[in-house]
Design a protein. Structure first.
Length: 139
């Protein structure tokens, strides 16, 4: 027997935000960033942790905002913002946390494993949005 959600999905022609793998991975990064943040002492939270957490949480927030936009260029702009926040969180803050021995290697590797999948999915998502825009303009 079908649930209400399954019936609703049959009538919709789009995927829900929470069902997007790229968004799910962004949320995993946020969850792991929170765990890292909680391990830091108050000084490290103030100096690096707050910015690391903000940048990481901004990844999913930008995907959500872009996904809710109607025009393709609006969507793409927010997806690019998500990519920039990802680079800030991953390449800069996570790197500093590791260099300064504020996180263990296993935590760094955990974050990197999710980050590797995420970066590929996000680029594919941006490319698919560009392609959808081109298809739309050819109609």
């Amino acid at each position: 027997m079908e649930t209400g959600r399954e019936k609703l999905m049959e009538t919709r022609k789009y995927v829900l935000l929470n069902d997007l793998e790229v968004y799910q991975l962004a949320r995993k990064l946020s969850g792991l960033a929170w765990e890292i943040y909680e391990m830091l002492d108050w000084r490290d939270r103030k100096v690096m942790g707050d910015q690391f957490l903000t940048a990481t949480d901004s990844i999913g927030a930008n995907i959500a905002e872009g996904y809710g936009r109607f025009h393709f260029l609006d969507k793409i702009r927010f997806f690019y913002n998500a990519r920039a926040s990802f680079m800030e969180a991953h390449d800069h803050w996570l790197g500093l946390l590791r260099e300064r021995s504020k996180i263990k290697d296993i935590v760094y590797k955990q974050f990197n494993a999710i980050a590797e999948k995420f970066s590929i999915k996000l680029q594919n998502f941006i490319t698919a949005t560009h392609n959808a825009r081109q298809r739309e303009s050819q109609r």
